[in-house]
Design a protein around this ligand. Structure first.
Ligand code: BEZ
Length: 257
């Protein structure tokens, strides 16, 4: 999950209310199509659930994450290999057959550095399969954050946006410039229901939007969340639950021989 961001991760809040993050990545494991005995690297493995799913196919998987979530991954799956590293700056002595990443790379603005590390980590012909927030991801949410900051008179934090959401051509170009041939790319809407009814938006903000929320003075944090909810309720709240405006970039590439 996160690399060098301002986020403070709460593994309990992640496991209890945001399991959809890894559950929605199960289709990506199918695209990866891991085989018994393959060496696979999972970048941004978070609490390790997809790493374990890949390992269940008989592949040898290393989960990599730059955050404290990896401690939870080690507790969840003590038999698996997990390592703490920065997605922009990692190295392994032995190359991998495939590099996988779900719902993590939107936390790393330095996409070129990530791709250079991925390329170096792959065998010739090796696969890179990733999904993360793409162009237009959480657009409604981010504009509600800005509106809420304005209404609590805290506009100075408008530049708190920590996310990188590229389109197909931008990301494909980066891959091609770095010796990877794109074999599949899709950008699609994935409106995603949040758990916990009315509390869902507040949970999501606390879990993932620390760069906005944690920098609002404590006495204004409730007003910030209430403002976001008021702006978004007509568009993202239906039948008792919040539905967040996710858009995914799903991409597969192969390292040139
Ligand atoms: C996402 O999965 O698209 C996402 C998650 C947390 C923050 C921003 C985007």
């Amino acid at each position: 999950m996160a690399q060098e961001t301002a986020e403070q991760w709460d593994p309990q809040l992640y496991e209890s209310k945001h399991a959809f993050v890894w559950q929605l990545g199960e289709g990506l494991v199918e695209l990866l199509n891991p085989e018994r005995g393959e060496q696979i690297l999972d970048i941004g493995c978070g609490t390790g659930h997809l790493t374990a799913k890949i390992a269940a196919t008989g592949a040898q998987v290393v989960g990599l994450d730059g955050s404290s979530m990896i401690e939870e991954a080690r507790k969840n799956y003590p038999g698996n290999r997990f390592t703490v590293a920065d997605a922009r700056d990692f190295h392994f002595d032995e190359p991998f057959d495939a590099v996988f990443s779900n719902a993590a790379l939107h936390w790393v603005a330095e996409a070129r550095s990530v791709i250079e590390c991925v390329r170096a980590a792959l065998k010739p012909g090796g696969r890179f399969v990733a999904e993360f927030g793409g162009k237009g991801n959480i657009e409604k949410l981010v504009s509600a954050f800005y509106a809420a900051l304005d209404s609590i008179h805290y506009p100075a934090k408008r530049n708190s946006n920590p996310w990188y959401f590229p389109g197909i051509s931008e990301y494909s170009t980066l891959l091609e410039q770095n010796g990877l041939e794109v074999t599949f790319a899709a950008l699609f809407d994935r409106p995603t229901p949040l758990d916990d009814g009315e509390a869902g938006m507040r949970n999501w903000i606390k879990m993932f939007a620390g760069s906005f929320y944690a920098h609002v003075p404590p006495q204004k944090q409730d007003a910030f969340v209430e403002n976001v909810e008021t702006v978004l309720r007509p568009v993202l709240f239906r039948e008792g639950s919040w539905r967040i405006d996710y858009r995914r970039l799903r991409i597969a590439a192969r390292k040139l021989l």
